[in-house]
Design a protein around this ligand. Structure first.
Ligand SMILES: Nc1ncnc2c1ncn2[C@@H]1O[C@H](COP(=O)(O)OP(=O)(O)OP(=O)(O)O)[C@@H](O)[C@H]1O
Length: 334
């Protein structure tokens, strides 16, 4: 592992047991491998994007990093601490913002949530006041402190949540969709603030988002996860290589069996009798299927194009479309 690694994951897995009702009094047990042998390190002071399609395993990873969930396997450390074993000790060193949910008290004025956090985190009085003043100024919260949280707009609430996550000077900040639903101006404010916190305080930031502009404007590195597996870890500019040249064959066998042996295809995931095989795009799927069918009890199959590539392409197309529409609107006005 890197010496300056602040966040370290080595072969981390999370498997959920899911029970599904399949009939009257009949339930079927199934395992969902939400995070599948993920390894990465983040250095102190780095700002890294963590992206992927819905259900890819991003939130599950963040929940393990905060200690809310215990990994099913592998090794995970944040600031040298095992999050699930020492959740309280870690809580003093991390800040979390879930864009879709608030950590603030809904019916209380914003300032009362901060006062409660002051006590909960046992922040020394001087430090609390200094941080509060700085955050109120930077996030433009002055006129909002006496307003009950439920009366805040989404953008105001988000700024309130970000301040709450930073009051105790955490060394690492996990942001799960911090700009979701915000207008262009609020997005710009939040991004500018995060850039400053990272630059001035050296706060390590892990950012989950569906908005590639968040990544473009904030992160020099991006990690892409799909079906619980790391697909890409590198600069944003290299993203177009993700998934290029590979397709996936999803095979349903009659029963659970050891991973299928069909080189050059390789098994990338197994869930009960279902196996996922990645194979070079240039190979014939029909030949591969015939080979597997001759040796294994095949029930069903499908060929999938790389999901992540499609998702990222879609993100780019959506954003290019938005930029074009904004451009056209701007031209119409002028
Ligand atoms: N508590 C749980 N019990 C069972 N399955 C779960 C649980 N939490 C997550 N999962 C499953 O694990 C997989 C990964 O979910 P996760 O929420 O981590 O994805 P995500 O990448 O954050 O998605 P999104 O972008 O939609 O928030 C999904 O298949 C999800 O249904």
């Amino acid at each position: 592992m890197q010496d300056d690694a602040f966040i370290e994951l080595d072969g981390v897995e999370k498997v959920f047991d899911v029970r599904k009702k399949t009939g009257f009094l009949k339930r079927e047990r199934r395992q969902v491998r939400a995070v599948d042998s993920i390894s990465f390190t983040v250095a102190r002071g780095e700002m890294v994007g963590y992206i992927g399609p819905n259900g890819a395993g991003k939130s599950t990873t963040i929940k393990m990093l905060t200690g809310i969930l215990t990994p099913s396997g592998g090794r995970l450390r944040v600031a040298g601490i095992d999050p699930s074993r020492e959740r309280k000790r870690l809580a003093h060193r991390i800040g979390v913002v879930f864009g879709q949910r608030t950590t603030l008290w809904w019916d209380l004025p914003l300032i009362d949530s901060y006062k409660l956090m002051h006590r909960m985190y046992r922040i020394p009085d001087g430090r609390y006041r200094e941080n509060l003043d700085r955050l109120v100024e930077l996030l433009d919260l002055g006129t909002l402190l006496d307003v009950p949280v439920r009366q805040l707009s989404l953008g105001q609430r988000m700024r309130g949540d970000i301040a709450a996550a930073l009051l105790h000077d955490p060394e690492v900040l996990y942001l799960d969709e911090p700009t979701i639903g915000l207008d262009v101006i609020s997005k710009a404010k939040v991004r500018e603030f995060l850039r400053d916190v990272n630059a001035e305080r050296g706060t390590t930031v892990l950012l989950t988002t569906h908005d590639l502009q968040d990544i473009e404007q904030l992160c020099s590195r991006v990690m892409v996860i799909d079906h619980g597996r790391m697909m890409y870890d590198g600069p944003l500019a290299g993203l177009h290589e993700v998934g290029e040249g590979e397709r996936t064959l999803v095979v349903d066998l009659e029963r659970e069996l050891p991973p299928i042996d069909a080189a050059p295809a390789r098994v990338v995931k197994v869930e009960g009798p279902r196996q996922w095989l990645a194979f070079p795009a240039g190979e014939s799927a029909a030949v591969l299927v015939a080979r597997i069918a001759a040796e294994y009890p095949l029930v069903d199959l499908s060929v999938r194009e790389p999901d992540i590539e499609a998702v990222i392409a879609k993100m780019y197309v959506d954003q290019a479309g938005q930029a074009e529409r904004a451009d056209q609107a701007g031209r119409a006005v002028s």
